[in-house]
Design a protein around this ligand. Structure first.
Ligand code: UDP
Ligand code: MG
Length: 319
């Protein structure tokens, strides 16, 4: 039997989930209790709801649950900030309240809550991050399936190697939460961050169920926003492509210019004014694209600096 019983916090972002909250809280409290009974986690473990600015009864239900059972905690946003911000707030809050590890899970319990036990087992084996990988995308709409595949392929090509069918269902250790504090960027893309941070990571497959009640809170605009944020916050490759393209275009322009000049001088077969036009066009076009590339490189540098990420994170040290 394990001596160390970690305090586990379950982080649940919710936006207009009045139809799910009570059942979800009940089920997750059962999961916590069974892990407590198995001596795997501390009895101080708790649920932490983040109400992402709901305008239905979500928050009053959470308040009632809290009054009945202090294991249910939570916070409410002043308005809707989106699922990623709700998750970040949840992670930061449970780190401050106190926990040894945290699992984030959706309020509609689409992610199989029975996997939490496997997550905890992996944590006890010494993994800092346990990432949930979806077994299938059967519950997704056709559009969501296609966009997800395209997104992961694109991210892979751009250098952010996030495993296919990754999700925000994961366990993270206190250590990972403390490192997250060193990344002050406002638009932190969690899947990229936890995958990239360098901590010992395990992957656990889980089944996806249909939504318990209510409708998906993700629409096209929100999904595209998430995907764009993922790409721009974890890759400077698109900017680099602009610089390289700029350089290639500039060289091609100058070559065309040189060829026109060559024809003008040696063959005299160009109409009057043609060479001047082409030369000016190529010269200014080439200069402009080149300058854009240079600016792109500086923008890339500014982008990396403003994110103010840590230069390095030490794993261990002998003194
Ligand atoms: N969610 C949120 N803020 C939002 C949109 C969604 O906190 O602006 C929550 C939502 O309540 C749920 C989770 O994020 O707990 C995942 O959302 P949903 O189930 O609607 O997404 P889907 O499963 O369809 O991808
Ligand atoms: Mg869902």
């Amino acid at each position: 039997m394990n001596e160390f019983k970690p305090v586990l916090a379950l982080v649940i972002p919710c936006y207009n989930e009045e139809l799910c909250i009570a059942a979800t809280a009940g089920r997750l409290l059962e999961v916590l209790q069974s892990l407590i009974d198995k001596n795997k986690i501390s009895e101080k473990s708790y649920l932490y709801f983040v109400d992402d600015g709901s305008f239905d009864n979500t928050w009053s239900l959470i308040t009632e649950l809290h009054k009945a059972n202090s294991q249910v905690k939570g916070t409410k946003f002043i308005k809707n900030f989106g699922n990623q911000k709700a998750l970040i707030a949840g992670y930061e809050s449970v780190r401050d309240i106190g926990c040894d590890c945290a699992v984030s899970i959706d309020a509609d319990l689409q992610q199989d809550e029975n996997a939490i036990e496997t997550f905890v087992d992996k944590f006890l084996e010494g993994f800092d991050i346990v990432s949930g990988i979806r077994n299938s995308r059967d519950t997704d709409t056709f559009f969501k399936k296609i966009s997800a595949i395209l997104f992961y392929k694109l991210m892979y090509m751009l250098g952010a190697k996030i495993p296919m069918n990754h999700s925000d269902y994961r366990l993270v250790s206190r250590r990972a939460l403390c490192i997250m504090e060193l990344y002050p960027e406002k638009y932190l893309f969690l899947r990229g961050f936890f995958n990239d941070v360098g901590l010992k990571t395990a992957y656990v497959n889980f089944d996806v169920k249909p939504r318990m009640a209510g409708e998906s809170k993700f629409n096209f605009v929100k999904l595209m926003g998430l995907a764009l944020n993922g790409i721009t916050s974890f890759s400077v490759v698109p900017l680099r492509i602009v610089s390289i393209l700029g350089f290639i275009m500039a060289v091609v322009s100058f070559l065309i210019g040189a060829e026109t000049l060559f024809e003008k001088i040696f063959f005299h077969n160009t109409p009057n004014g043609w060479a001047t036009n082409i030369l000016l066009l190529c010269f200014f076009g080439g200069i402009q694209i080149c300058c854009l590339g240079v600016i792109g490189e500086y923008v890339g540098q500014v982008y990396r600096e403003v994110k103010a990420r840590p230069r390095y994170i030490k794993d261990t040290e002998l003194k």
